[in-house]
Design a protein around this ligand. Structure first.
Ligand code: F6P
Length: 327
């Protein structure tokens, strides 16, 4: 049922993702256009508990669409996991007369939003802000495209030096327990091997690959390992290959947080801007408890519970194609 909103709050939580600022900007400007006051809550759930609320106007979000990180800062809050912590957060939300919330973050943020919505009765919608692309109900998350491009740009540079020295490089990418970044980066850089958490039998294939490598005269190799890989991280796997093939010249490069920084791509800015606008419009229409996203170009609204519990499976066919192309 459509509702009259006076004050909404927006916050970012969990790992920052490029495009979060574009989403904040869209929420603030849409709300102002709809005659709604907007409060930014700094440092996510931590700031909700510790009363870090600040009124935002159109000028507060000027010149941020192109900036990585988040102007509202981000944090992971243990305190919010406790009933006492959430009670303090709700007290502050009531103090500032917040009657709807936009939560921007990943699965942990959504789990918190679900509890907060149930315990406070305040309508909340979520926007998917994480580089991992591991949120059910949306084809892409805000920050994922930029992270892919950051990783690809870095690995292209690694290729130059790998080629010059005829070395094997194990490159570790982020993604927590999800292989979206690993698989798609691996495909985009033409990696010889891609190890991701979802496919468990790959170490053996990796060793087979190096056994056959001698006869195939490949000058250098790039192996992509996702950080949550079940059979070992890049350092472990490199060590194992080194032990089995001592004649290979092996190096390890862990890309780390460089993947999460920098200016968001056009794709992430557009996704964030459209979703930020929709978040306010959906709250105005009385929608709540939903994680917003886009599925095949259409706006999707997934209950928080499903967004947290369900899983979008990787395209295993892409993994097979990547193997064929690396022959
Ligand atoms: O969820 C985003 C992410 O960058 C993951 O890919 C990674 O595992 C994690 O956050 C790193 O978290 P932190 O910045 O707290 O070290």
């Amino acid at each position: 049922m459509p509702s009259t909103l006076k004050n909404i709050a927006v916050f970012t939580s969990g790992g920052d993702a490029p495009g979060m600022n574009a989403a904040i900007r869209a929420v603030v400007r849409t709300a102002i256009h709809e005659d709604i006051n907007v409060f930014g809550i700094y440092r996510g759930y931590y700031g909700m508990i510790h009363d870090e609320f600040k009124a935002l106007d159109s000028f507060s979000v000027a010149n941020i669409i192109q900036r990585g990180g988040t102007i509202l800062k981000s944090a992971r809050s243990e305190e919010f996991r406790t009933a006492e912590g959430r009670a303090l957060a709700i007290q502050n939300l009531r103090k500032h007369k917040i009657d709807a919330i936009v939560a921007i973050g990943g699965n942990g943020t959504y789990a918190g939003a679900q509890l907060l919505g149930e315990e406070s009765g305040i309508p909340i919608v979520g926007l998917p802000g994480t580089i991992d692309n591991d949120i059910y109900g949306t084809d892409f998350t805000i920050g994922y495209d930029t992270a892919l491009n950051n990783a690809v740009n870095a690995i292209d540079k690694i290729r130059d030096t790998a080629d010059a020295h005829e070395r094997v490089f194990f490159v570790e990418v982020m993604g927590r327990d999800s292989g979206f970044i690993g698989l798609n980066v691996g495909m985009a850089v033409g990696a010889e091997s891609i190890l991701i958490p979802e496919i468990y039998d790959d170490k053996e294939k990796l060793l087979e690959y190096f056994k056959s490598k001698n006869t195939r005269q490949k000058l250098f190799s790039i192996v992509i390992v996702t950080e949550g890989n079940k059979e070992g991280n890049a350092l472990d796997l490199a060590e194992e290959v080194r032990t089995n093939f001592p004649y290979l010249d092996i190096r390890v490069s862990i890309l780390g947080h460089i993947q999460r920084g920098g200016s968001p791509t056009a794709g992430d800015r557009l996704l964030a801007s459209k979703l930020g606008y929709e978040a306010v419009m959906q709250l105005k229409q009385g929608n709540r408890g939903k994680a917003l996203g886009y599925r095949k170009g259409e706006l999707s609204q997934t209950p928080f519970q499903d967004a947290i519990q369900e899983y979008d499976h990787l395209d295993k066919n892409l993994w097979k194609v990547a193997r064929v192309l690396s022959l």
